[in-house]
Design a binder for this molecule. Structure first.
Ligand code: ARG
Length: 466
């Protein structure tokens, strides 16, 4: 076996007259984090080798040796036996060196018509494609969890807020379904970004393409890519797909953060709308009475981390000339951390949402306190013939009178109400009731229990695994 490759650790070292310092070696190496791409790297290499053999660049016996060697390397990585070497810089050179150690010259032929530049771009895309599928599945689980709670609470009345002031009564199920919509858009965005992730850079080689008769379509088919990158310079330098993913991921986290903020608020003893299971909360080391909503608070904090990764990647690309630059090695850690943060957060949230305990009486009481049916009274007057602006004014006077007396609208006697408009009859009390108010909004997208139950069921029918 020719062991020249082993002797000189760096694949390019023949060109150099002095070694890099230990610090520079550590500074430029990426193996500590990009070893995470190992299985994608092997998959990409096998597809490349298959193509090289098919077009006659590689002998069949070399292809077989590569396949066997890669199978062994895969097993070594799976069992934790693979020895990662910092000297070999990154995942690509580590695997290639091991392959050559195992099978000799055939291993050295694998890199024909390829560069690490198109190789790494291919690996990240393969890896990210799988992670997008995992995240989409988790988003669907979270939507199912939200819709299940929404179905149980289609008729649970709570105050709806604008400006964090009680506005109109809504149902808790309706409120949760708002988040189902946000996460549904997140799924759409991720699946759309996936189309641009799923294109093959391999064949671009270092930047200019390859002088070998490569069959890029064949490699794309083998790897399940939907298309082939059409320009070799763009193929090795493009990281838009990673940025797009992080943008979609940032919106996921922003939705999570808004939900978190509400859970925190609802759980505050001052509000007391919900309780979260103990396993998502912690106590205080000094104040024995505390039960803190740590999980939603951390998720709200981690949103900053993910949106930070998005701006990091945007800045990474800014001003990079064509084609590949080593800057791009910095794309991996933010991308990996974004995926990890999303996967953990979504997994925990699906579980936590299912465990929300709802304090229905507190919600109802809060909805009853803020004159939340004032708009219903105005609509009642409009239906009796009063122009809306006049109705609005009459009700404003009534609210003021009730507030001064420390009462709710429904507590005013009919004669007191009639002082604001002669059109008011004793059927007004139906309208002032919270149940009547929500039930009246039964159109598509409205807060009525029948509508909420229907929509929650539609989500469950669409998403729940059978
Ligand atoms: N580790 C490198 C990266 O992540 C692989 C590509 C290196 N290419 C090069 N020309 N140095 O980007």
């Amino acid at each position: 076996m020719n062991n020249q490759f082993e002797k000189k650790a760096e694949a390019w070292s023949a060109r150099f007259s002095e070694p890099v310092s230990e610090l520079v070696k550590r500074y430029t190496a990426s193996v500590d984090f990009d070893k995470r791409l190992a299985f994608s790297d092997i998959e990409g290499s096998l597809a490349h080798a298959d193509m090289l053999a098919a077009v006659g660049i590689l002998k069949d016996s070399d292809l077989q040796a590569i396949q066997q060697g890669m199978a062994q390397i895969r097993a070594e990585i799976e069992d934790g036996r693979f020895e990662w070497k910092l000297d070999l810089e990154d995942v690509h050179l580590n695997i290639e060196a091991r392959l050559t150690a195992l099978i000799g010259d055939a291993g050295k032929r694998l890199h024909t018509a390829r560069s690490r530049n198109d190789q790494v771009a291919t690996d990240i895309r393969l890896w990210l494609r799988g992670e997008i599928d995992r995240i989409v599945a988790l988003l669907r689980e979270l939507q199912v969890a939200l819709a299940s709670v929404a179905a149980r609470h289609a008729g649970t009345i709570m105050p709806g807020f604008t400006h964090l002031q009680v506005a109109q009564p809504v149902t808790f199920g309706h409120h949760l379904l708002a988040y189902v919509e946000m996460f549904a858009r997140d799924v759409e965005r991720l699946l759309d970004a996936r189309k641009r992730v799923n294109r093959l850079p391999l064949g671009a080689a270092a930047l200019a393409g390859s002088s070998y008769p490569v069959d890029r379509e064949r490699v794309a088919r083998t790897l399940g890519f939907e298309g082939v990158a059409q320009n070799s310079l763009d193929a090795v330098s493009d990281r838009d797909f990673a940025i797009e993913f992080c943008a979609a991921a940032s919106l996921v986290m922003i939705h999570i953060s808004r939900l978190s903020e509400e859970l925190i608020l609802w759980m505050s003893p001052r509000v007391g709308f919900i309780d979260l299971p103990d396993r998502f909360c912690t106590g205080s080391s000094i104040m024995p009475q505390k039960k803190n909503p740590d999980v939603p608070e951390l998720a709200r904090g981690k949103t900053g981390r993910v949106t930070g990764h998005l701006s990091g990647l945007l800045m990474l690309m800014k001003g990079q000339p064509l084609a590949y630059n080593k800057d791009n090695q910095e794309d991996k850690e933010p991308l990996f951390d974004t995926v990890d943060t999303l996967v953990d957060t979504l997994t925990i949230f699906a579980d936590m949402v299912t465990g929300i305990q709802v304090r229905e009486a507190r919600m109802l009481q809060a909805a009853a306190e803020g004159f939340s049916t004032a708009t219903d009274l105005a609509d009642y007057l409009v239906k009796k013939g009063l122009p809306f602006r006049d109705a609005h004014e009459a009700v404003a006077h009534a609210v003021r009178k009730a507030a001064d007396a420390g009462k709710d609208l429904a507590d005013l006697a009919l004669t007191e109400l009639q002082a604001f408009s002669k059109l008011i009859g004793d059927d007004v009390y139906e309208v002032l009731k919270l149940e009547g108010s929500v039930a009246a909004r039964a159109h598509l997208g409205g807060t009525a229990p029948v509508q909420v139950a229907r929509q929650a069921q539609a989500v469950l029918d669409r998403l729940k695994p059978v």
